[in-house]
Design a protein around this ligand. Sequence first.
Ligand code: ATP
Length: 377
Amino acid sequence: MAHLDLDNITKTFNDGNDTIMAVDDLDVGIEEGEFVVFVGPSGCGKTTSLRCIAGFEKPTHGEITLNGEQITQKSPQDRNIAMVFQSYALYPHKTVRGNMSFGLEQSTDLSAEDIDQRVRETAEMLNIPELLDRRPGDLSGGQQQRVALGRAVVRDPEVFLMDEPLSNLDAKLRAEMRTYLQELQDDLNVTTVYVTHDQTEAMTMGDRIVVLNDGQLQQFGTPRECYYEPVNRFVASFIGEPSMNFFETSVNKNRLSTDTFECGIPDTVVSRIDTNGATLGIRPEHIEIDDSATVEATNVFQSRISVVEHVGRETLLYSPHPTETDEYFIAITDGRRQLESGQDVAVRVPEDSIHIFDDTTGEALYHSETSKQQMRI
Ligand code: ATP
Protein backbone atom coordinates (compact mmCIF):
# COMPACT_ATOMS: atom_id res chain seq x y z
CA MET A 1 0.00 0.00 0.00
CA ALA A 2 1.21 3.45 -0.78
CA HIS A 3 0.76 7.02 0.30
CA LEU A 4 0.92 9.38 -2.68
CA ASP A 5 1.53 13.11 -2.38
CA LEU A 6 1.24 15.76 -5.06
CA ASP A 7 2.94 18.85 -3.67
CA ASN A 8 2.12 22.07 -5.54
CA ILE A 9 2.19 20.42 -8.96
CA THR A 10 2.14 22.85 -11.85
CA LYS A 11 2.33 21.76 -15.47
CA THR A 12 2.44 24.17 -18.40
CA PHE A 13 2.71 23.42 -22.10
CA ASN A 14 4.08 25.76 -24.74
CA ASP A 15 1.91 25.98 -27.82
CA GLY A 16 3.75 28.35 -30.18
CA ASN A 17 3.63 31.73 -28.44
CA ASP A 18 1.07 30.67 -25.85
CA THR A 19 1.67 29.05 -22.50
CA ILE A 20 -1.10 26.66 -21.55
CA MET A 21 -1.61 26.15 -17.83
CA ALA A 22 -2.79 22.53 -17.67
CA VAL A 23 -2.34 22.00 -13.91
CA ASP A 24 -2.07 24.95 -11.55
CA ASP A 25 -0.44 24.42 -8.14
CA LEU A 26 -2.21 21.18 -7.30
CA ASP A 27 -1.73 20.01 -3.73
CA VAL A 28 -3.31 16.65 -2.89
CA GLY A 29 -2.38 13.92 -0.39
CA ILE A 30 -3.75 10.46 -1.15
CA GLU A 31 -3.81 7.96 1.68
CA GLU A 32 -2.82 4.31 1.63
CA GLY A 33 -5.44 2.15 -0.06
CA GLU A 34 -7.60 5.15 -0.91
CA PHE A 35 -9.69 5.34 -4.11
CA VAL A 36 -9.47 8.95 -5.26
CA VAL A 37 -11.34 10.19 -8.33
CA PHE A 38 -10.16 13.23 -10.30
CA VAL A 39 -13.21 14.78 -11.94
CA GLY A 40 -13.92 17.93 -13.90
CA PRO A 41 -14.93 19.18 -17.35
CA SER A 42 -12.94 18.52 -20.50
CA GLY A 43 -9.55 20.26 -20.46
CA CYS A 44 -9.45 20.84 -16.68
CA GLY A 45 -6.14 18.97 -16.28
CA LYS A 46 -7.21 15.49 -15.12
CA THR A 47 -5.19 13.47 -17.60
CA THR A 48 -2.16 15.73 -17.29
CA SER A 49 -2.19 15.24 -13.50
CA LEU A 50 -2.37 11.48 -13.99
CA ARG A 51 0.41 11.49 -16.57
CA CYS A 52 2.61 13.42 -14.12
CA ILE A 53 1.98 10.73 -11.48
CA ALA A 54 2.74 7.99 -14.02
CA GLY A 55 5.93 9.74 -15.14
CA PHE A 56 4.85 10.34 -18.74
CA GLU A 57 4.99 14.11 -18.07
CA LYS A 58 7.43 15.99 -15.86
CA PRO A 59 5.79 18.72 -13.76
CA THR A 60 6.99 22.26 -14.47
CA HIS A 61 7.04 22.85 -10.69
CA GLY A 62 6.28 20.77 -7.65
CA GLU A 63 7.10 17.34 -6.31
CA ILE A 64 5.48 13.93 -6.32
CA THR A 65 6.31 11.54 -3.51
CA LEU A 66 5.38 7.90 -3.04
CA ASN A 67 5.67 6.66 0.54
CA GLY A 68 7.79 9.70 1.29
CA GLU A 69 10.23 9.00 -1.54
CA GLN A 70 10.62 11.57 -4.33
CA ILE A 71 9.58 10.08 -7.66
CA THR A 72 9.17 13.31 -9.66
CA GLN A 73 12.19 12.72 -11.89
CA LYS A 74 11.95 8.91 -12.08
CA SER A 75 11.05 7.26 -15.38
CA PRO A 76 7.67 5.48 -15.60
CA GLN A 77 9.36 2.05 -15.49
CA ASP A 78 11.05 2.90 -12.20
CA ARG A 79 7.78 3.80 -10.46
CA ASN A 80 5.82 0.88 -9.12
CA ILE A 81 2.67 2.26 -10.71
CA ALA A 82 0.35 0.58 -13.24
CA MET A 83 -1.92 2.49 -15.58
CA VAL A 84 -5.19 1.45 -17.24
CA PHE A 85 -6.13 3.51 -20.30
CA GLN A 86 -9.46 4.39 -21.85
CA SER A 87 -8.34 2.81 -25.13
CA TYR A 88 -7.27 -0.44 -23.33
CA ALA A 89 -3.98 -0.24 -25.34
CA LEU A 90 -3.71 -4.03 -25.72
CA TYR A 91 -1.19 -5.56 -28.13
CA PRO A 92 -3.41 -6.92 -30.93
CA HIS A 93 -0.99 -9.65 -32.05
CA LYS A 94 -0.47 -11.05 -28.53
CA THR A 95 -2.88 -13.38 -26.75
CA VAL A 96 -4.50 -12.30 -23.48
CA ARG A 97 -1.82 -14.36 -21.69
CA GLY A 98 0.88 -12.56 -23.70
CA ASN A 99 -0.64 -9.15 -22.96
CA MET A 100 -0.78 -9.88 -19.25
CA SER A 101 2.70 -11.38 -18.96
CA PHE A 102 4.53 -8.84 -21.14
CA GLY A 103 5.02 -6.21 -18.43
CA LEU A 104 6.33 -8.77 -15.96
CA GLU A 105 8.75 -10.19 -18.53
CA GLN A 106 10.10 -6.71 -19.21
CA SER A 107 10.30 -5.31 -15.71
CA THR A 108 11.02 -8.25 -13.38
CA ASP A 109 13.39 -11.20 -13.24
CA LEU A 110 10.61 -13.63 -12.33
CA SER A 111 10.92 -17.09 -13.91
CA ALA A 112 8.60 -18.06 -16.76
CA GLU A 113 6.76 -20.46 -14.39
CA ASP A 114 6.23 -17.75 -11.77
CA ILE A 115 4.96 -15.32 -14.39
CA ASP A 116 2.60 -17.93 -15.78
CA GLN A 117 1.26 -18.67 -12.31
CA ARG A 118 0.67 -14.99 -11.56
CA VAL A 119 -1.11 -14.50 -14.88
CA ARG A 120 -3.36 -17.51 -14.23
CA GLU A 121 -4.17 -16.37 -10.66
CA THR A 122 -5.01 -12.86 -11.85
CA ALA A 123 -7.13 -14.21 -14.71
CA GLU A 124 -9.06 -16.34 -12.16
CA MET A 125 -9.58 -13.30 -9.95
CA LEU A 126 -10.95 -11.28 -12.89
CA ASN A 127 -13.10 -14.19 -14.12
CA ILE A 128 -11.35 -14.37 -17.48
CA PRO A 129 -9.32 -17.63 -17.35
CA GLU A 130 -11.11 -18.98 -20.43
CA LEU A 131 -9.90 -15.98 -22.44
CA LEU A 132 -6.17 -16.50 -21.89
CA ASP A 133 -5.46 -17.94 -25.34
CA ARG A 134 -7.62 -15.50 -27.29
CA ARG A 135 -6.46 -12.32 -28.99
CA PRO A 136 -7.95 -8.87 -28.21
CA GLY A 137 -9.71 -8.71 -31.59
CA ASP A 138 -11.81 -11.74 -30.55
CA LEU A 139 -13.02 -10.13 -27.31
CA SER A 140 -15.96 -7.87 -26.45
CA GLY A 141 -15.33 -4.36 -25.11
CA GLY A 142 -16.05 -5.50 -21.55
CA GLN A 143 -13.67 -8.45 -21.88
CA GLN A 144 -10.93 -6.23 -23.31
CA GLN A 145 -11.43 -3.90 -20.36
CA ARG A 146 -10.92 -6.78 -17.93
CA VAL A 147 -7.75 -7.83 -19.74
CA ALA A 148 -6.44 -4.25 -19.55
CA LEU A 149 -7.23 -4.33 -15.85
CA GLY A 150 -5.59 -7.74 -15.50
CA ARG A 151 -2.45 -6.43 -17.12
CA ALA A 152 -2.26 -3.77 -14.41
CA VAL A 153 -3.26 -6.08 -11.51
CA VAL A 154 -0.74 -8.79 -12.40
CA ARG A 155 2.11 -6.37 -11.80
CA ASP A 156 1.09 -6.03 -8.16
CA PRO A 157 1.79 -2.28 -8.20
CA GLU A 158 1.76 0.17 -5.33
CA VAL A 159 -0.61 2.50 -7.21
CA PHE A 160 -3.22 2.03 -9.94
CA LEU A 161 -3.86 4.93 -12.30
CA MET A 162 -7.02 4.70 -14.39
CA ASP A 163 -7.84 7.18 -17.15
CA GLU A 164 -11.55 7.02 -18.03
CA PRO A 165 -11.32 3.20 -18.19
CA LEU A 166 -15.08 2.64 -18.56
CA SER A 167 -16.01 5.28 -21.11
CA ASN A 168 -16.01 2.90 -24.10
CA LEU A 169 -18.52 0.55 -22.47
CA ASP A 170 -22.31 0.72 -22.79
CA ALA A 171 -24.29 2.09 -19.84
CA LYS A 172 -25.24 -1.29 -18.33
CA LEU A 173 -21.74 -2.72 -18.53
CA ARG A 174 -20.31 0.53 -17.21
CA ALA A 175 -22.55 0.28 -14.12
CA GLU A 176 -21.49 -3.36 -13.61
CA MET A 177 -17.82 -2.51 -14.00
CA ARG A 178 -18.13 0.37 -11.54
CA THR A 179 -19.24 -2.06 -8.84
CA TYR A 180 -16.67 -4.61 -9.94
CA LEU A 181 -13.80 -2.11 -9.79
CA GLN A 182 -14.80 -1.03 -6.30
CA GLU A 183 -14.91 -4.64 -5.09
CA LEU A 184 -11.55 -5.32 -6.70
CA GLN A 185 -10.04 -2.28 -5.06
CA ASP A 186 -11.50 -3.31 -1.69
CA ASP A 187 -9.93 -6.77 -2.10
CA LEU A 188 -6.54 -5.59 -3.32
CA ASN A 189 -6.47 -2.41 -1.24
CA VAL A 190 -4.17 -0.72 -3.75
CA THR A 191 -4.07 3.09 -3.72
CA THR A 192 -5.99 4.16 -6.85
CA VAL A 193 -6.27 7.40 -8.78
CA TYR A 194 -9.16 7.33 -11.23
CA VAL A 195 -9.86 10.02 -13.83
CA THR A 196 -13.30 10.71 -15.23
CA HIS A 197 -15.44 13.59 -16.48
CA ASP A 198 -18.52 11.71 -15.26
CA GLN A 199 -19.66 13.01 -11.89
CA THR A 200 -21.78 9.88 -11.32
CA GLU A 201 -18.64 7.72 -11.48
CA ALA A 202 -16.90 10.13 -9.15
CA MET A 203 -19.75 10.10 -6.63
CA THR A 204 -20.28 6.35 -6.68
CA MET A 205 -16.67 5.15 -6.75
CA GLY A 206 -14.49 7.64 -4.92
CA ASP A 207 -13.53 7.48 -1.25
CA ARG A 208 -12.65 11.10 -1.96
CA ILE A 209 -13.02 13.30 -5.02
CA VAL A 210 -10.64 15.89 -6.47
CA VAL A 211 -12.79 18.40 -8.35
CA LEU A 212 -10.75 20.36 -10.90
CA ASN A 213 -11.59 23.34 -13.09
CA ASP A 214 -9.14 25.17 -15.36
CA GLY A 215 -6.25 23.23 -13.83
CA GLN A 216 -7.12 24.41 -10.33
CA LEU A 217 -8.27 22.37 -7.38
CA GLN A 218 -11.81 23.34 -6.43
CA GLN A 219 -12.51 20.81 -3.68
CA PHE A 220 -10.90 17.65 -2.30
CA GLY A 221 -13.44 15.83 -0.18
CA THR A 222 -15.74 12.86 0.19
CA PRO A 223 -18.61 12.56 -2.29
CA ARG A 224 -20.99 13.63 0.49
CA GLU A 225 -18.93 16.71 1.32
CA CYS A 226 -18.81 17.76 -2.32
CA TYR A 227 -22.56 17.21 -2.69
CA TYR A 228 -23.92 18.59 0.57
CA GLU A 229 -21.25 21.16 1.37
CA PRO A 230 -19.76 22.27 -1.96
CA VAL A 231 -17.08 24.90 -1.35
CA ASN A 232 -18.18 27.02 -4.30
CA ARG A 233 -20.74 27.42 -7.02
CA PHE A 234 -18.64 25.48 -9.55
CA VAL A 235 -18.60 22.34 -7.38
CA ALA A 236 -22.28 22.80 -6.50
CA SER A 237 -23.12 22.93 -10.18
CA PHE A 238 -20.76 20.17 -11.40
CA ILE A 239 -21.51 17.57 -8.72
CA GLY A 240 -25.09 16.32 -8.80
CA GLU A 241 -27.29 15.29 -11.71
CA PRO A 242 -29.46 17.18 -12.51
CA SER A 243 -27.47 20.14 -11.37
CA MET A 244 -28.28 22.48 -8.48
CA ASN A 245 -30.64 25.38 -9.39
CA PHE A 246 -29.30 28.89 -8.92
CA PHE A 247 -31.21 32.16 -8.45
CA GLU A 248 -29.67 35.64 -8.42
CA THR A 249 -31.08 37.53 -5.45
CA SER A 250 -30.88 40.90 -3.80
CA VAL A 251 -30.37 41.16 -0.06
CA ASN A 252 -33.05 42.75 2.03
CA LYS A 253 -32.16 42.62 5.74
CA ASN A 254 -32.44 38.90 6.50
CA ARG A 255 -34.16 37.96 3.28
CA LEU A 256 -32.89 37.00 -0.17
CA SER A 257 -35.31 38.27 -2.80
CA THR A 258 -35.98 37.61 -6.47
CA ASP A 259 -38.83 39.20 -8.41
CA THR A 260 -40.98 36.14 -7.74
CA PHE A 261 -40.07 34.78 -4.31
CA GLU A 262 -38.11 35.45 -1.14
CA CYS A 263 -36.24 33.29 1.34
CA GLY A 264 -35.47 34.09 4.95
CA ILE A 265 -31.89 33.50 6.02
CA PRO A 266 -30.40 33.12 9.49
CA ASP A 267 -29.11 36.32 11.13
CA THR A 268 -25.65 34.76 11.46
CA VAL A 269 -25.27 34.64 7.66
CA VAL A 270 -26.43 38.17 6.89
CA SER A 271 -23.13 39.83 7.85
CA ARG A 272 -21.22 37.53 5.46
CA ILE A 273 -23.33 38.39 2.43
CA ASP A 274 -22.45 41.22 0.07
CA THR A 275 -25.20 43.82 0.35
CA ASN A 276 -25.40 43.97 -3.47
CA GLY A 277 -26.72 40.45 -3.66
CA ALA A 278 -25.98 36.75 -3.50
CA THR A 279 -26.71 33.56 -5.39
CA LEU A 280 -29.21 31.21 -3.86
CA GLY A 281 -28.80 27.51 -4.68
CA ILE A 282 -31.23 24.67 -4.21
CA ARG A 283 -31.00 21.02 -5.28
CA PRO A 284 -33.84 19.78 -7.56
CA GLU A 285 -34.92 17.17 -5.00
CA HIS A 286 -35.41 19.86 -2.35
CA ILE A 287 -37.83 21.96 -4.40
CA GLU A 288 -41.42 21.20 -3.42
CA ILE A 289 -44.18 21.18 -6.02
CA ASP A 290 -47.81 21.71 -5.04
CA ASP A 291 -50.33 21.08 -7.82
CA SER A 292 -52.96 23.32 -6.19
CA ALA A 293 -50.94 26.24 -7.64
CA THR A 294 -51.84 28.42 -4.67
CA VAL A 295 -49.18 30.88 -3.62
CA GLU A 296 -49.63 31.17 0.14
CA ALA A 297 -46.15 32.24 1.30
CA THR A 298 -43.30 34.48 0.18
CA ASN A 299 -41.02 31.51 -0.54
CA VAL A 300 -43.57 30.10 -2.99
CA PHE A 301 -44.11 31.14 -6.61
CA GLN A 302 -46.42 30.06 -9.35
CA SER A 303 -45.01 28.32 -12.39
CA ARG A 304 -46.12 26.35 -15.40
CA ILE A 305 -44.45 23.00 -16.09
CA SER A 306 -42.77 22.96 -19.51
CA VAL A 307 -41.46 19.40 -19.69
CA VAL A 308 -42.12 16.28 -17.64
CA GLU A 309 -39.55 13.47 -17.74
CA HIS A 310 -40.58 10.20 -16.16
CA VAL A 311 -37.48 8.27 -15.17
CA GLY A 312 -39.21 5.55 -13.16
CA ARG A 313 -38.96 6.07 -9.41
CA GLU A 314 -38.80 9.83 -9.84
CA THR A 315 -40.06 12.48 -12.24
CA LEU A 316 -38.05 15.48 -13.44
CA LEU A 317 -39.99 18.70 -13.97
CA TYR A 318 -38.57 21.50 -16.14
CA SER A 319 -40.19 24.93 -15.74
CA PRO A 320 -39.20 28.41 -16.94
CA HIS A 321 -36.57 29.89 -14.65
CA PRO A 322 -38.22 32.74 -12.72
CA THR A 323 -35.32 35.15 -13.23
CA GLU A 324 -33.21 33.92 -16.19
CA THR A 325 -34.75 34.10 -19.66
CA ASP A 326 -34.41 30.98 -21.85
CA GLU A 327 -33.40 28.87 -18.86
CA TYR A 328 -35.23 26.22 -16.86
CA PHE A 329 -35.19 25.29 -13.26
CA ILE A 330 -35.52 21.62 -12.46
CA ALA A 331 -37.43 19.91 -9.69
CA ILE A 332 -37.50 16.21 -8.86
CA THR A 333 -40.69 14.69 -7.50
CA ASP A 334 -41.95 11.22 -6.68
CA GLY A 335 -42.46 9.19 -9.87
CA ARG A 336 -45.99 8.18 -8.81
CA ARG A 337 -47.32 11.74 -8.96
CA GLN A 338 -49.57 12.69 -11.86
CA LEU A 339 -48.10 15.90 -13.29
CA GLU A 340 -48.30 17.09 -16.86
CA SER A 341 -46.61 19.65 -19.06
CA GLY A 342 -48.66 22.86 -19.25
CA GLN A 343 -49.93 22.37 -15.70
CA ASP A 344 -49.80 25.31 -13.27
CA VAL A 345 -48.14 24.51 -9.97
CA ALA A 346 -46.94 26.29 -6.85
CA VAL A 347 -43.20 25.97 -6.33
CA ARG A 348 -41.84 26.15 -2.79
CA VAL A 349 -38.18 26.86 -2.05
CA PRO A 350 -37.80 25.51 1.49
CA GLU A 351 -35.65 27.87 3.51
CA ASP A 352 -34.11 24.99 5.43
CA SER A 353 -32.62 23.45 2.25
CA ILE A 354 -30.88 26.36 0.56
CA HIS A 355 -27.22 27.15 -0.13
CA ILE A 356 -25.85 30.67 -0.56
CA PHE A 357 -22.89 31.65 -2.75
CA ASP A 358 -20.97 34.89 -3.08
CA ASP A 359 -21.99 36.61 -6.32
CA THR A 360 -18.45 37.68 -7.21
CA THR A 361 -16.19 34.83 -6.07
CA GLY A 362 -18.71 31.99 -6.18
CA GLU A 363 -17.50 30.92 -2.72
CA ALA A 364 -20.08 29.12 -0.57
CA LEU A 365 -21.28 31.33 2.30
CA TYR A 366 -23.91 29.08 3.79
CA HIS A 367 -25.25 25.52 3.66
CA SER A 368 -28.62 24.84 5.26
CA GLU A 369 -29.02 22.66 8.33
CA THR A 370 -30.78 20.04 6.17
CA SER A 371 -27.68 19.73 4.01
CA LYS A 372 -25.44 19.44 7.02
CA GLN A 373 -27.67 16.77 8.57
CA GLN A 374 -27.81 14.79 5.34
CA MET A 375 -24.03 14.88 5.17
CA ARG A 376 -23.78 13.35 8.61
CA ILE A 377 -26.21 10.45 7.90
P1 ATP B 1 -10.34 15.56 -21.17
O1 ATP B 1 -11.42 15.18 -20.21
O2 ATP B 1 -10.88 16.25 -22.40
O3 ATP B 1 -9.40 14.46 -21.48
P2 ATP B 1 -8.52 16.69 -19.20
O4 ATP B 1 -9.20 17.27 -18.02
O5 ATP B 1 -7.94 15.34 -19.04
O6 ATP B 1 -9.49 16.74 -20.45
P3 ATP B 1 -5.91 17.51 -20.03
O7 ATP B 1 -5.83 16.52 -21.14
O8 ATP B 1 -5.10 17.25 -18.82
O9 ATP B 1 -7.43 17.76 -19.61
O10 ATP B 1 -5.53 18.94 -20.63
C1 ATP B 1 -5.45 20.12 -19.84
C2 ATP B 1 -5.08 21.28 -20.74
O11 ATP B 1 -3.74 21.10 -21.21
C3 ATP B 1 -5.95 21.41 -21.97
O12 ATP B 1 -6.11 22.78 -22.25
C4 ATP B 1 -5.13 20.73 -23.05
O13 ATP B 1 -5.44 21.26 -24.33
C5 ATP B 1 -3.71 21.08 -22.62
N1 ATP B 1 -2.73 20.05 -23.03
C6 ATP B 1 -2.69 18.78 -22.60
N2 ATP B 1 -1.64 18.12 -23.15
C7 ATP B 1 -1.02 19.03 -23.97
C8 ATP B 1 0.13 18.98 -24.81
N3 ATP B 1 0.87 17.86 -24.92
N4 ATP B 1 0.47 20.10 -25.48
C9 ATP B 1 -0.24 21.25 -25.34
N5 ATP B 1 -1.34 21.36 -24.56
C10 ATP B 1 -1.72 20.26 -23.88
